[in-house]
Design a protein. Structure first.
Length: 316
């Protein structure tokens, strides 16, 4: 257990460092936004590119990996939606945000650094394969369900699944993460060896992706805070931190994933709610306090729960 804490705690201490640097006035919030842009547009795409270019997939099956993870997502998303609408009496739109907040893990800014530190290269390969489909599937699902909820409550016609899918594809073509994944896959499958200079450069940039991501996230947390229905927000945060990784743990073992891939999926599913939940809430102008509170609370509680899941996954 001590070894697990030693691996997990620095991840959250870096988030805390970023948060305190803004609270204490040492850094401006705008600096965190700029650092986050660098992480999203350059550092993490380079990390994904390098990881897939040098990947050793071994006996792992990507399809089983996706099934294991998204089966867990379906369980947590459904639970979050039902808790909000049936137990707390919220409307359908709030139910969608509750579902997203229960199932959308911060795989890029926390999941990748955590898995890299705790599991290692094989774990990063698993998360990279997951990220190839995670963002488009989650954003399409969230947007389609939200537009359907709006249609039912207001009677207004939505864009429809096809229009949403078309817009999502256009956005993904320009997404740096997807570009990094695609280029890394091309290099991997063509067997091209990176020139020494490029190999050194990508290694240096990839090396700072994790710490920079965690610091930028900590700076951003200053903007979210806790508001709205604390009971619902806490429940959603706990579903995210406990039910999602528990479901992924079960499905990963049922499908026979390798120990490294199973550990990587459980760990990345156990991290706090991703900012995309807030982006969807903000896009439709509904339940923003719920999404923001879920992000903040799941980050605060995540120190203990992530340590638990790391120990359960046999990483200590």
């Amino acid at each position: 257990m001590i070894a697990v804490i030693h691996d997990v705690l620095p991840v959250f201490l870096l988030i805390l460092t970023g948060y305190l640097s803004v609270v204490c006035g040492l850094m401006k919030a705008e600096t965190g936004e700029a650092l986050g842009e660098f992480v999203f547009r350059i550092a993490v795409p380079v990390l994904l590119f390098r990881t897939l270019a040098q990947a050793d997939v071994g006996s792992g099956t990507p399809v089983k990996l996706w099934i294991a993870y998204f089966s867990g997502v379906a369980v947590a998303w459904t639970a979050g939606h039902l808790v909000a609408t049936r137990l707390f009496g919220r409307d359908r739109r709030s139910g969608v945000i509750a579902g997203v907040s229960s199932a959308f893990a911060n795989n890029v800014f926390i999941g990748l650094p955590l898995v890299e530190r705790v599991v290692g290269p094989k774990g990063i390969v698993a998360v990279s394969i997951l990220l190839a489909v995670h963002l488009p599937l989650m954003m399409v699902a969230g947007t389609v369900l939200m537009e359907e909820a709006v249609r039912r409550e207001t009677g207004e016609a939505g864009r429809g699944a096809l229009a949403v899918l078309r817009q999502t594809v256009l956005n993904l073509v320009q997404n740096p993460l997807i570009i990094g994944l695609v280029l890394g896959s091309i290099v991997h499958f063509t067997g091209v060896t990176l020139p020494s200079l490029l190999d050194t450069l990508t290694a240096q940039v990839a090396g700072i992706a994790g710490p920079a991501a965690l610091l930028s996230l900590g700076m951003a947390l200053r903007s979210y805070g806790i508001s709205g229905n604390l009971g619902l927000s806490t429940t959603i945060a706990l579903l995210k931190l406990l039910l999602l990784p528990a479901s992924v743990f079960v499905f990963s073992h049922l499908l026979g994933l390798t120990p490294e891939w199973s550990a990587a999926l459980v760990l990345t599913s156990s991290v706090p709610t991703g900012v995309n939940a807030w982006l969807i809430a903000n896009r439709f102008g509904t339940a923003q306090p719920l999404a923001a509170s879920a992000i903040t609370l799941s980050t605060l509680l995540g120190v203990a729960t992530v340590t638990f899941w790391a120990a359960l996954a046999g990483l200590g």
